[in-house]
Design a protein around this ligand. Structure first.
Ligand SMILES: [Fe+2]
Length: 239
């Protein structure tokens, strides 16, 4: 499995505190089936991250891990959409995923549908491939579905954690149903744990892999678990 959304870079956003925690998060992810992980620290217009710092910390994590775990690590950012985002992609201030043209974007939970559509057009027009991070979370997308954003050229990342919920009520229930439906309709492209810390939002992956393998067509399961994300590394368009 290829985990394209994580906060494993220590001491940079609300994710891992220190090197030890980064290594532990990676270990837990690998134990549950991850073979490759993209580190996607939050990028906010008011609190920009420094690409050099992300790369340096990732290199330290890789060195510290050395031969311990069989996992590939890549750098990126998760960007909270803002109007001049594409300028900062072009200037290199924002990291794309694994130095490709794919960029992971999130919105405020209540962001308007019009703004989401405008963001996708904007990023596409600038020559990048937008991936909507944890698409199940946004009210406008829950209401309108995924067809239109996909038609506009957005890709869809869903969270693995809600697939471990069983017989729940409330908010997560809705997200879990959204994720299951999107996967059954083959409207999702990537998965991510969005892991933050060992004691708060650790990686929860195993149940998602099991559900996908039990419920989905084999070729699509392979694509959403691994194949599509490998296309990011080759910087190829998936569809
Ligand atoms: Fe995230």
């Amino acid at each position: 499995m290829f985990d394209i959304h994580s906060h494993i870079i220590y001491h940079i956003d609300g994710g891992s505190h220190d090197l030890e925690e980064s290594l532990e998060l990676i270990r837990q992810d690998v134990e549950q089936g991850a073979h490759a992980i993209i580190a996607t620290p939050h990028y906010y217009v008011q609190y920009p991250t420094d690409p050099a710092r992300i790369r340096a910390k990732l290199a330290t994590i890789e060195e510290a891990n050395a031969s311990a775990l069989d996992v590939r690590l890549y750098a990126g950012n998760e960007v909270l959409w803002f109007d001049s985002m594409t300028e900062r992609l072009q200037s290199g201030e924002i990291l794309t995923l694994a130095d490709s043209h794919y960029t992971l974007i999130e919105f405020y939970p209540e962001e308007s549908y019009q703004t989401i559509l405008r963001a996708i057009r904007n990023v596409r027009n600038a020559g990048y491939r937008p991936i909507i991070a944890h698409a199940e979370r946004f009210k406008a997308i829950q209401e309108h579905g995924l067809a239109e954003v996909r038609d506009l050229g957005a890709y869809v990342q869903l969270s693995t954690e809600p697939l471990s919920h069983k017989g729940l009520s409330g908010l997560f229930d809705r997200e879990t149903k959204f994720i299951q439906k999107a996967l059954r309709n083959q409207e999702a492209d990537f998965l991510g744990t969005d892991m933050h810390r060992v004691d708060r939002r650790p990686p929860v992956l195993r149940d998602a892999i099991d559900w996908i393998e039990r419920n989905l067509d084999r070729d699509y399961a392979d694509a959403v678990l691994q194949g599509n994300a490998e296309a990011i590394l080759r910087d190829e368009e998936i569809y």
